[in-house]
Write a protein that binds this ligand. Structure first.
Ligand code: MSP
Length: 508
């Protein structure tokens, strides 16, 4: 029976076009989803758009467009991005969809029935940019701790009894110390809760763009309560007997940026506790992309468009850079220089070069076929150091992926390419051709097998290039599986290969 694995991205605000920050969160999930599928898991990978709230409404007003038309356009950009970036999401949920609104209302009613909602008046600070409430004590020089502008709000509001769950949350963190990754952010979350939680305002009356509160349509739901429920709504909630819900809830990972950890690690678990629903297994929180050391922002004019990067540098080149440049969990800096250095120095010089020179030699010297070694020779080749190293690489990569060290996982795969390149130099098949043709065939077969291993390992990161490499090797491999990392799936000696083509071009 296959095991189930559910991973989600945050749903993106449709106030603006996607940038590399939003592309990054989904990319990391895509790599994990592909990795888990290759491990044999039955995966559900969800992404989507967060379309309600004041921030989105304001953006539509600024463009002078009807709000629904505006959100349809921007959501279309996010949908297009999933195609451009070759994301393998199984679903894309929009909070303006009926299934989502119905789920959010059912969730609200469940909180209400269980006695967690009451009506009152909210007086306090609100940041439209963050879509978050702040206490006076949290403000820094009159602004939100994030630097966003705040405004004073006084309005009738429904409240969620967050304070009543403080103790239960702390107990939960004690029992699940890895609930938030990395640990430093788990500590921040715990500290925040330890300082005391106030009840949370969960409805607004000063604007209309949201899900109406069931039974009191003067109010719309607070956008974060509405949005967080997407994770269960996409599985068919409130129908807990639906196939998807039974298979995939609770989620294994909610991947989020560091700025929204609090909403996922405090509010969401509290809502779920109140609704008597099982909690997700882990909140994984990543750092931010800065551009030349600064925050990306429209006003600075340094926003990086992932679609332009793909057009300019190539799809897998862009995916490679985004996954490798950031030490996962930390902030990272985008620059054209490091982008070029990584593409040229790592992808082209190490991986591309290994494939190009090996397969060209095979194509030229072995009659356009995988070297025709015997079965016994395959057994012998499988005892050699390089293939053993390739097998160990898989377990190292797996450890790194499970520990959320995605950049390090990629680093391990590059090391394998480096080792294989050294082996090409040391064994010098061009010399063997002159004096030991049999050994040349064995060395080239060994290298082809290493390339096959390398390609399977790279496939979650660079799916379309991996596919092209497999086709050159004569394999039809759209679905990659780590079970193929063994002699049982070794290349058939004497089978036809295609004329090698350059996989990763150097950038000038
Ligand atoms: N709509 C909420 C999420 C609701 S989830 C129930 C939201 N949307 S967002 O569009 O503002 O941000 C979505 C994700 O993009 C967040 O994880 C955020 O951290 C990430 N990023 C936005 N800018 C970023 C960078 N500059 N760098 C890396 N990720 C960043 O928050």
């Amino acid at each position: 029976m296959s095991k189930n694995y559910y991973i989600t991205t945050p749903i993106y605000y449709v106030n603006d076009r996607p940038h590399i920050g939003s592309a990054y969160t989904t990319l990391v999930c895509d790599v994990v989803a592909r990795f888990k599928r290759a491990e044999g898991y039955n995966v559900m990978f969800l992404t989507g758009t967060d379309e309600h709230g004041q921030k989105v409404e304001k953006a539509a007003l600024k463009m002078n467009l009807p709000t629904q038309q505006f959100v349809d356009d921007v959501a279309g950009n996010f949908l297009e991005l999933t195609k451009t970036m070759n994301f393998s999401n199984d679903d894309f949920i929009r909070t303006s969809e009926k299934r989502h609104k119905e789920g959010a209302c059912a969730f609200w009613k469940s909180l209400e029935e269980k006695g967690y909602i009451y009506k009152g008046e909210y007086s306090g600070w609100y940041s439209i940019k963050d879509e978050a409430f702040y206490t006076e004590a949290e403000l820094i020089e009159g602004k939100a701790p994030t630097g966003a502008e705040v405004e004073w709000v006084t309005e009738e509001s429904y409240f969620f009894k967050l304070s009543s769950l403080e103790k239960k949350l702390l107990e939960f963190y004690d029992q699940n110390p890895d609930f938030v990754f990395p640990k430093s952010r788990m500590n921040e979350v715990r500290n925040f809760v330890e300082q005391g939680l106030e009840d949370l305002s969960i409805s607004r009356t000063s604007f209309k763009w949201g899900v109406p509160v069931p039974g009191d349509e003067k109010h719309v739901m607070y956008v974060w309560l509405d949005a967080l429920t997407n994770y269960v709504n996409a599985l068919g909630y409130p129908d807990k007997s639906s196939k998807l819900y039974k298979e995939f809830w609770p989620a294994n990972v909610h991947m989020v940026g560091k700025d929204i950890t609090r909403f996922h690690a405090i509010y969401w678990p509290a809502f779920l506790m109140a609704a008597d629903i099982e909690l997700p297994r882990q909140i994984v929180s990543h750092g931010w992309w800065l551009v030349e050391g600064e925050k990306m922002s429209k006003s600075i004019g340094n926003v990086i468009d992932p679609i332009k990067l793909v057009e300019e540098y190539g799809l897998d080149e862009t995916r490679y850079y985004l996954m490798k440049e950031i030490s996962f969990g930390q902030d990272g800096t985008f620059s054209q220089d490091t982008l070029r250095t990584r593409i040229n120095g790592e992808l082209a010089n190490k991986v591309g070069n290994l494939i190009q020179r090996t397969l060209s030699m095979v194509y030229k010297n072995c009659g356009e076929r995988i070297p025709n070694v015997s079965e016994d020779e395959v057994d012998e080749i499988y005892q050699r150091d390089l293939l053993n190293y390739a097998k160990e690489t898989y377990s190292e990569v797996k450890k790194k992926i499970d520990g959320h060290a995605y950049d390090k996982a990629l680093g391990q795969i590059i090391l394998l390419a480096e080792k294989a390149n050294e082996y090409v130099n040391d064994s010098a098949p061009w010399d063997l051709k002159k004096n030991n043709e049999k050994e040349m065939e064995k060395v080239l077969y060994e290298l082809c097998e290493v390339i096959r291993h390398l390609t399977i390992l790279l496939s979650p990161f660079l799916p379309s290039s991996s596919d092209r490499i497999m086709k050159i090797l004569g394999l039809d491999n759209e679905i990659f599986s780590f079970s193929q990392l063994s002699k049982n799936f070794a290349l058939v000696p004497g089978s036809k290969i295609q004329k090698p083509e350059i996989i990763f071009k150097k950038i000038d």
